[in-house]
Design a binder for this molecule. Structure first.
Ligand code: NAD
Ligand code: UDP
Length: 327
């Protein structure tokens, strides 16, 4: 029997890559999305595939279906979008997770949850291992996302402990690549679109804050390997590490300042004559971020393969077509 997969948030950036990969693996894929930040353009090429179904639905509203596996991705990920309607963001993280876990409990589906490096907040431990509890403001403008995602992790942990639902969680560190929305607002799409349109590059703060950027293909490889592992293998591994709950950091540990990213973008788009312009740093913007991926390396036998220079070039190629259409 062909495995049936549900991807909530599957019309977004990461979800559309995941859907394409799972279809290529021969599986039946249903994408559920309310198109808040995702678009049909991201899944257009899959709509005709008889093993693909699109379901316009809000994950905060209960739903039903018999699936073998549910990947929970529904949630806006860019600060400008998740702060646009912050109550909705918290609801999506918490109620969406709850609905996914309830369905999984009733139907015995395996769950994959995409958590985030934001659960570490503005970290005081560097790089961040999974054992770090984080440094998060509960009442700031980023809290709707950070705390929503933290509460979703708590739900996963308790559905595992209380009801034995099979859940695998990853904490994704800044990921980029084709299919990001050109107006997504995150730093790579902003810089690339600005440079392609010969505009100034907007650096928030002095550009000394760091991030570690992962190309989307590396993320999808880690997700699928983790999801396909036998439950016993997963449990044995985490028990051997003294961890009760399976959660992995997934990211590329190569760390760059945002100013270095701007310089590299301009190096790859030499036609841009824009300047670096400095704008106020958003509130609670983390100063440093870099994953400790020791556990993912060991469990998955996985390593991020795409360096920033190469991934950026692929992303610029994707956005070039879009920038041409919108000018
Ligand atoms: P995205 O904004 O492109 O995708 C999110 C998708 O969820 C969109 O298609 C959106 O329409 C959908 N969605 C939002 N609210 C919904 C709702 N209530 N009901 C149904 N669908 C809804 O973002 P992305 O980068 O693809 O992120 C996917 C997941 O990965 C998110 O959960 C995000 O928190 C997580 N993540 C991403 C990154 C990253 O760097 N891209 C980092 C950490 C975590
Ligand atoms: N950033 C920037 N210019 C932009 C967009 C973002 O300098 O046009 C900065 C932002 O302040 C943050 C970093 O780039 O320090 C990464 O921002 P992004 O929104 O991509 O992700 P997150 O802050 O969630 O890691």
């Amino acid at each position: 029997m062909t495995k049936k997969i549900l991807i909530t948030g599957g019309a977004g950036f990461i979800g559309s890559h995941l859907a394409r990969r799972l279809l290529a693996d021969g599986l039946e894929v249903t994408v559920m999305d309310n198109l808040f930040t995702g678009t049909k353009a991201n899944i257009y090429d899959m709509l005709e595939n008889p093993r693909f179904t699109f379901m316009l639905h809000d994950v905060t509203q209960p739903f039903w279906g018999q699936f073998d596996e549910i990947y929970n991705l529904a949630c806006p990920a860019s600060p400008i979008h998740y702060q646009r309607n912050p109550v909705e963001t918290t609801k999506t993280s918490f109620l969406g997770m709850m609905n996914v876990l309830e369905l999984a409990l009733k139907t015995k589906a395996r769950v994959f949850h995409t958590s985030t490096s934001e659960i570490y907040g503005d970290p005081v431990v560097h790089p961040q291992p999974e054992s770090y509890w984080g440094n998060v403001n509960t009442i700031g403008t980023r809290s709707c996302y950070d705390e929503g995602k933290r509460a979703a992790e708590t739900l996963c942990a308790d559905y595992m402990r209380e009801y034995n639902v099979d859940v695998r969680m990853i904490r994704i560190f800044n990921t980029y690549g084709p299919n990001m929305h050109p107006k997504d607002g995150r730093v790579i799409s902003n810089f690339v679109m600005q440079a392609l349109k010969n505009q100034d590059i907007t650096l928030y703060g002095d550009g000394s804050q760091t991030r570690s950027f992962q190309f989307v293909d590396d993320l999808i490889a880690a997700m699928c390997t983790f999801m396909n592992m036998e439950l016993q293998t997963v449990n044995t591994f985490f028990e051997s590490k003294g961890m009760e709950i399976p959660v992995l950091n997934v990211g590329n540990p190569d760390e760059y300042t945002i100013k270095e990213l701007a310089t590299e973008t301009l190096r790859q788009i030499p036609s841009c004559s824009g300047n670096l312009v400095y704008m106020p740093l958003p509130k609670d913007d983390p100063k440093r971020r870099k994953p400790d991926i020791t556990l993912a390396r060991e469990l998955l036998g996985w390593e991020p393969k795409v360096p920033l220079q190469e991934g950026l070039a692929k992303t610029i190629k994707y956005f070039s077509g879009i920038a041409l259409k919108s000018t």
